[in-house]
Each structure stands twice: as structure tokens, then as C-alpha cells.
Design a protein around this ligand. Structure first.
Ligand code: GTP
Ligand code: MG
Length: 242
């Protein structure tokens, strides 16, 4: 959108929310925000509501907490391999939510954009994705993490036992990790998504097809993806049994 056009929109609509939906259509259309999307749709157009300094300050404890949880997962993966003599974790990805993505999500939630509100309302500023060889690894590592008594358990969603209607499968766990300051101890949440390689491939492809296509195309792909999910699930079961 040209800057002249943006100016006109901003004069016409004083509410930041309305302005955002005009210059940032992705704010409403985003069906979910993949934790590993480096740049979300329309991100380059979003207005800057958090200052760069606020953002940097906000994410420091999340970065620390994310490293902390990743180390624990690596240790558990190695221990699984030693215990059962088979491979556990294929690879790990991690990311801190971008400034524009934090702003966009707060606005979608109808919350004023501020570092305090980001801390209070978002649980996925720090995200880790753990790609495992099979579902036994996922459950064993997740259960073991939940038993670690210096962390707080916040929430889990088992989309492996109960896949979403579109076929999405993954095990989501949110834990809060202690972050020690001179005088205080604070807890920061880290979202962990455990997936097998097949689940991860499905989710990456489905994510792309979900936000890059028209409504009509999306509908057609949804049916296809339900079938792919069933096929991949069957493939994994066969391979695990073999
Ligand atoms: P958001 O974090 O706002 O999405 O909501 P939530 O906390 O209720 O979500 P949930 O735990 O169900 O999902 C969080 C993340 O899982 C999303 O940001 C995506 O990365 C991933 N996810 C969830 N559902 C889907 C899906 O249907 N397809 C794909 N590709 N990814 C999904
Ligand atoms: Mg999320």
C-alpha cells in the first residue's frame, strides 16, 4: 500500500485496531501462527507499537529460559538413547517470537500492546520444536520433563492422542522455568512442540497451503491433508512395528 494511501487510512480511522486491519490484513486472516514462521504474512507492514528497546528487554529472560529447556531436552534425549539403545531426537528448532508477531498477536487478542501485556497474555514467546524418531520418545521425554520439580507445568495439549479435525498431530507442552535475579525469582513460559518427522513434514506443508491459498483452494487442500495425515500415521505405525 502506498504511503499516501496509508496516511489517508490513518487519518480516517483513529483507532489503532482499525488501522491495523487495513494495513495489516494478515492480522485477521492468520489461521494460526506457526512458531517457526520467521516472517508472518504482512509483518513488514505492521505498525511498531513496542519500541526496539522494550522488545529487547522483554525477550532476554525468554531467551535464557528457552536455552535452559533445550539443554534439559538434549540431556533427556541422550539418556533415552543410552537406556533403550535407539535414537531419540532427530533435531531441535527454536525461536523467539518476533516483535511484529508479538504485536500482531496482542492486537488479535484485543489487548493493548505493551511488554507487560505480552508477558501476561502470551505463552509462546519462547518456542522449541523437538523432532523425535517416534511417539514413545515424545511421551517419555515429555513425562520426564513434567517431573522436573524446579519447573512449573502450565499446560499440555495432546494432539497425538486426539488429532485436530484437519489431521494436525503434535504434543504441545508449556512449562515455566525459573529465572533468577539478584533479589527475586521469576518464571517464564516456554512452549514445546514434540513431533515425529512425519508429523513435522505434514504440519510444515499444511501451514504453507493454509495461508498462501484462496478460501476455495484451502477447502480442497483440507480434505487432501486429512488423507495425508492418515497415510503418514499408518506409515509410522508400520515402521515402528517393523
Ligand atoms: P496459538 O498459539 O495462538 O496458535 O494458540 P494455542 O496456544 O491455543 O494453540 P495450540 O497449542 O493449539 O497451537 C499452537 C501452535 O501449534 C501454533 O502456533 C502452530 O505452530 C501449531 N499448530 C496448531 N494447530 C495447527 C494446525 O492445524 N496446523 C499446523 N500446521 N500447525 C498447527
Ligand atoms: Mg503460538
Amino acid at each position: 500500500m502506498s504511503s499516501l494511501c496509508q496516511d489517508i487510512c490513518q487519518i480516517a480511522f483513529t483507532s489503532k485496531l482499525v488501522t491495523l486491519f487495513i494495513i495489516y490484513p494478515g492480522a485477521r486472516l492468520n489461521c494460526y501462527d506457526s512458531i517457526f514462521e520467521i516472517r508472518e504474512k504482512g509483518e513488514q507492514d505492521v505498525e511498531a507499537y513496542l519500541s526496539e528497546t522494550d522488545y529487547r528487554k522483554l525477550i532476554v529472560p525468554y531467551e535464557e529460559s528457552m536455552e535452559n529447556v533445550e539443554k534439559r531436552i538434549i540431556v533427556l534425549g541422550k539418556n533415552y538413547e543410552e537406556t533403550y539403545g535407539c535414537e531419540a531426537v532427530h533435531h531441535i528448532q527454536k525461536r523467539i517470537k518476533s516483535k511484529a508477531s508479538i504485536e500482531g498477536k496482542l492486537i488479535r487478542k484485543n489487548v493493548e500492546v505493551s511488554p507487560e501485556n505480552a508477558r501476561d497474555t502470551l505463552r509462546d514467546i519462547a518456542g522449541i520444536r523437538v523432532i523425535c524418531y517416534d511417539t514413545n520418545v515424545i511421551y517419555e521425554i515429555a513425562e520426564s520433563l513434567k517431573r522436573q520439580d524446579d519447573m512449573e507445568f502450565i499446560r499440555e495439549k495432546d494432539y497425538i492422542a486426539r488429532p485436530k479435525a484437519n489431521g494436525y498431530r503434535s504434543y504441545h507442552l508449556i512449562v515455566a522455568v525459573p529465572f533468577y535475579l539478584l533479589e527475586t525469582k521469576e518464571y517464564y513460559p516456554v512452549e514445546i512442540q514434540f513431533r515425529t518427522m512425519a508429523m513435522d513434514m505434514w504440519a510444515s506443508l499444511e501451514h504453507r497451503s493454509c495461508y498462501k491459498k484462496s478460501e476455495q483452494e484451502k477447502k480442497r487442500w483440507q480434505e487432501q491433508f486429512r488423507e495425508y495425515a492418515a497415510l503418514l500415521d499408518q506409515m509410522e505405525r508400520d515402521i515402528t512395528r517393523a
